[in-house]
Design a protein. Sequence first.
Length: 469
Amino acid sequence: MLDLAIRGGTIITAADRYTAEIGVLEGRIISIAADVGKARTEIDATGLWIMPGGVDGHVHFAQPTSDGSVMADDFASGTRAAAAGGTTTVLPFAQQIKGRSLRSCVEDYRAKAIGQCYVDIALHLIVTDPTPTVLGQELPALVADGYTSFKVFMTYDDLMLDDGQMLAVFETAQREGALVMVHAEGHDAIRHMTRKLESAGRTEPYWHAEAHHRIAEREATHRAIAHAELIDVPIVIVHVSGPEPLEQIKWARARGRTVYAETCPQYIQLTADDLKGFNMDFEGAKYVCSPPPRDAASQEAIWQGLADGSFDIFSSDHAPFRMNGLQNTGKDTPRARTSFKWVPNGLPGVETRLQILFSEGVSKGRISAERFVALTSTNPAKLYGLYPRKGSITIGGDADLVLWDPAARTTIRQANLHHGADYTPYEGMEVIGVPLHTLLRGQMIASNGQVTGRLGAGEIMSREPSGLK
Ligand code: URP
Ligand code: ZN
Ligand code: ZN
């Protein structure tokens, strides 16, 4: 007998939609049929859409910082929020601290996650100090252990690599068959703009959007692509904010390069004007992230790219800071009030990612439901070596499912969210489409906005080699 039968729903995958029952045994899907037979537990999904649970390919939980700021989510609260929002797998970053062994940083970070997750996780790496030992020994061993993707930064004093270091990391990735994720913003251009704005007394949060200029993003995207071409390695350009970097990516693809593209909710739902807060006050700090949201025309370009397949994945880039953290650990600190450059960068979004894309995309007819599944679940699972166990509704795959009410309406409110941040950038947004039930390996972990899962039920997964094609 089955453990679970889900009857009456419409199954939607990245490829098709149809009506069938799903049978689950020991956490895996073992049958998809008109009638799957008897089960110990039944779910009536009549009127609901059954989609693979969300796979969020880019989140930050409990990541160390160098400026005293503290991320608002640890693994428990971050994965709890993910579950409530219909996401069943997240990929946070194990960050190397400069001067330290990458392996030891990974082990420390893993230790924070053990027994602390409501959904499954798999770790990317962040390489900040590519010493000969890191490049020659640690990274190859970590890739062999299933850490098949790593992020590099082209800006931030404490994280960035110079061009020579980036090329060296690309070379290691090429040799080991790993995928490099690139934060593409030009550091010198940002620093120059920041100094100019500060000397003109333009220090409010809004000016962050001017300092992190779209041209700096375009230039760095091109530079990353050129370096990747030199080494002949695939890369992912993460958190693309507008048409300028996307044009560079399309240019590279036309030259036969493998360049994947990610975008995020903030680039379809926010603009730089949000950083103005109320009349240029500090409220704008709520929206400070890098790259910053741009303008309405950029949003349109992102929508075009989501619809026509230019974007491969849609992630949250969940990087939560409280506005009011204890002892100046949040966004609102005396120092941050002196200049935008001290405001911690990042927004919470792991819980609202699916609802925002569904409502603005599927409900408004900009993208199909199948494309929604591809962008938010199937493609990130494939890109980061988790497919078909994750990101699919298939025999043998994990029964990670979200049962979605496509017609239900709700309003996003901080009061209803589960993350550790003390605000949501999307407060008051009306959305159509609600993740009614989230199932992790056949177990209900969230229902009607309440998390019902067990802390520790989420596993830390190892991954196959990364890459979509
Ligand atoms: O502002 C952002 N995006 N903060 C998170 C770190 C990153 O660059 O992804
Ligand atoms: Zn980044
Ligand atoms: Zn990020």
